[in-house]
Design a protein around this ligand. Sequence first.
Ligand code: FMN
Length: 213
Amino acid sequence: MNLFRLDASIRTEGSVSRALADTAEKAWLAEHPGGVVTRRDLGFQPLPGDAWTALAHEVVNPAAPAPAEAHELLDRLGAELLAADAFLFAVPMYNWNVPEQVKTWIDLILKHDQVGIHGDQPLKGKPALLTLSRGGGYGPGSPKEGWDYATPYLRRILADVFGLDLQIAEAELTHAFWNPEMAHLRGLAEESMKTGHEDAAEHGLRIAKLSRV
Ligand SMILES: Cc1cc2nc3c(=O)[nH]c(=O)nc-3n(C[C@H](O)[C@H](O)[C@H](O)COP(=O)(O)O)c2cc1C
């Protein structure tokens, strides 16, 4: 059994998206003690920013082929996904959207022959969990309702384009733990964190059970 795990937070100490994913990974490994976790850490090992541009140029100008390294990278990223039985994506919100490294990873993968836009959804129906963290709050009635562009975009790509059977575990208001101006929101932040970990454990177990199918 192979769990593909992608992380994107630029920190390890105190990272909420990573902590939620750790909870889910623990639940998955408890069901699959000999399971392999294949890690892609975009927060600490950024992808080369020019690979997608070179591959995109190649399409509009075949006279300027992309370097072999760009093709090799794309093959490697695709192979990581094709080898997995289950998926765990841990993504923080940066600037009301996904981290640029996640956008880079998605843009590259969308060019992959099998997994990408022109492929035939080889990941369709496989179990996946997305853990999300946000410093602020974006729920109904909050001042920034509608500003969360990360969640709908990730759902579109992971569930609709890749066809993954996607669940979400999330925690928001994480800034309330240290920002004095958000001290009045600390209770809500604690509640969100607790629910996030409960959901991560539940869905971690769920993707572990579905990995067997
Ligand atoms: C560069 C940067 C940009 C951020 N932008 C936002 C934002 O637009 N909205 C928000 O609610 N939180 C924002 N945050 C806060 C993070 O979403 C929050 O700290 C979250 O917990 C980060 O995930 P992590 O705990 O896994 O590192 C930002 C943090 C950083 C470092």
